[in-house]
Write a protein that binds this ligand. Structure first.
Ligand code: KG4
Ligand code: ZN
Length: 361
């Protein structure tokens, strides 16, 4: 039996609280701040901090209510320790510490990227009340290739076991979602631009503009999007001249840029697969909601005989606390409980450093 965990994530612009039991999601509350940050064209840290502080009490009450769980039934309180925006992380950690103290529960500190990695394991709550049994490690085909593409992260990870990760490659500048958002801003598509670019791309010609393929000679598994972004800015300037861009030109631009971003990711994934063998590939993060990325990645994996796993609902691609609760379930099982008195935010917390966690006993 795996008792329920209340999990909190305030790493960026979503105030997220969930109740999970093993891999089952009993409730998953996400109070989005997208509207608040729209005027800034990105996430404004002070605004995020204040909004988290305001939203957390109601979001946790709602998460418990939807789960039908009382605090006394919880096994632990879990919280994202990092990576993320320092002021935003701080609010979630303070709140989690308070709850753990008030309810007299252990506190579990979770890495946000590990949350995205394990989001494919999430299962919806069954209609009949079955006890939650997480898949055992032995049943998972390790090593697994984890691919995280979001607004902040762009990581290729070898998952040797749950809690055992090795970063194979990352971005040397922007994450894919960040690049989509920045180019979307150049085109006045609003924030976040990723979903808009996906929609517009469906109406455009992906071969209209040939973007350069980056990092082909770097000899590593890292990606970079800054060259593509500069290319995009110059191209938009050249195309617009005196007049504004036509709708069709914008659609073609979106289709071509989306193709370029996907190609850059797949190019490096292909290199990784030519070097190492994996049992499965897991995709997570906000950009994992992109249908073109999913289908092109599936097609690329076919010759390798590899299956692609994605979260069961697109809501789990973006930031949420259910994924934090799932990681916390495994950590609790392994006895990895944090010491509240020295648990502090870790705004930059690389998956390779998971074993040396400050504030974990
Ligand atoms: O995982 P997430 O919610 O936050 C981070 O941890 O960064 O990811 C947000 C990112 C944004 O950059 C957004 O533009 C992108 O995910 N995104 C998409 C799609 N939906 C969200 N990008 C491409 N296609 C989508 N359908
Ligand atoms: Zn995230």
């Amino acid at each position: 039996m795996h008792p329920p965990i209340l999990a909190i994530d305030t790493s960026c612009d979503e105030t997220a609280v969930a109740v999970t039991q093993g891999n089952l999601i009993l409730s998953n509350v996400v109070a989005s701040q997208v509207e608040l940050h729209k005027p800034y064209g990105g996430v404004f840290p002070t605004v995020a901090k204040l909004a988290h502080r305001e939203n957390l009490p109601a979001a946790s009450k709602l998460a418990l209510k939807r789960a039908g769980i009382t605090p006394s039934e919880l096994a632990a309180v879990a919280v994202t320790q990092g990576p993320g925006l320092a002021p935003a992380l701080e609010v979630g950690i303070e709140f989690a510490k308070q709850l753990a103290k008030e309810w007299d529960k252990p506190l579990i500190a979770v890495n946000h990227v590990e949350g995205h990695l394990l989001s494919v394991l999430a299962r919806p709550r069954p209609k009949t009340s079955l006890p939650a049994t997480p898949e055992m490690e032995a049943e998972l085909p390790f090593p697994i290739l984890g691919v995280i593409v979001s607004g902040k992260h762009n990581d290729f990870v070898r998952i040797n076991g749950l809690g055992q990760y090795q970063l194979l490659g990352s971005t040397i500048d922007d994450a894919a979602g960040e690049a989509l958002d920045k180019v979307g801003r150049m085109l006045d598509l609003g924030y976040p631009a990723g979903p808009v670019i996906e929609e517009f791309a469906k109406r455009g010609n992906a071969r209209a503009i040939e973007f350069p393929l980056p990092m082909t000679t770097s000899g590593d598994f890292n990606v970079s999007f800054s060259g593509m972004k500069t290319f995009a800015r110059n191209k938009i300037e050249a195309l617009s001249g005196e007049a504004s861009l036509s709708s069709q030109t914008i659609y073609d631009f979106c289709a071509s840029f989306q193709r370029a971003v996907i190609r850059a990711i797949l190019y490096k994934l292909n290199k990784i697969l030519q070097t190492e063998s994996f049992g499965e590939v897991w995709l997570g993060g906000g950009v994992a909601a992109n249908t073109a990325l999913r289908s092109e990645l599936r097609a690329m994996l076919k010759p390798y005989g590899l299956k692609l796993k994605v979260p069961y609902t697109k809501k789990l691609c973006g930031d949420n606390a259910a994924m934090i609760g799932i990681v916390a379930g495994y950590k609790l099982h392994r006895g990895e409980v944090a010491n509240p008195s020295d648990l502090d935010r870790r705004p930059r917390w690389n998956l390779n450093e998971l074993s040396a966690v400050a504030g974990t006993e």
